[in-house]
Design a protein around this ligand. Structure first.
Ligand code: FE2
Length: 130
């Protein structure tokens, strides 16, 4: 079973609004980890919640970066778009198989959130302050 993620100060990008949104994304992931396999409707809802929340959050982050006119903006936006594509794809697979892919969903989310927040986002926010 995938482990839950504990928010740590080291994950902060230095922007309180974005940090709050990251904590919320991590909460959604943690709720998914806590769910029993058979909670089909709860997983259905979490997919919807994750897609809605991630889209809102990415739009907010992209707004920050866009104003800063940063050279890494396009690549970063691509990471966000790829994430949404992947989650949509996983949601479709979930719709057809229900239990089979939950493990894959959890490990993908865990890896992506940790890497994206701790490396990509931090990197970009650090450079914006330079
Ligand atoms: Fe990001």
């Amino acid at each position: 079973m995938a482990d839950k993620i504990d928010w740590q100060e080291a994950m902060s990008v230095g922007n309180p609004l974005i940090d709050d949104q990251h904590r919320q994304l991590i909460n959604i992931y943690n709720w998914l980890v806590e769910l029993e396999q058979e909670s089909v409707s709860a997983v259905d809802q979490l997919f919807v919640q994750l897609l809605n929340y991630a889209s809102e959050h990415f739009a907010c982050e992209e707004e920050c970066f866009h104003h800063a006119d940063h050279p890494l903006f396009d690549a970063h936006k691509q990471e966000h778009d790829d994430f949404l594509d992947k989650v949509l794809h996983l949601q479709q697979e979930w719709e057809s198989s229900k239990t089979l892919i939950l493990h894959e969903v959890k490990s993908f989310l865990r890896e992506w959130l940790l890497e994206h927040i701790c490396i990509s986002d931090k990197n970009l926010f650090d450079r914006m302050e330079e």
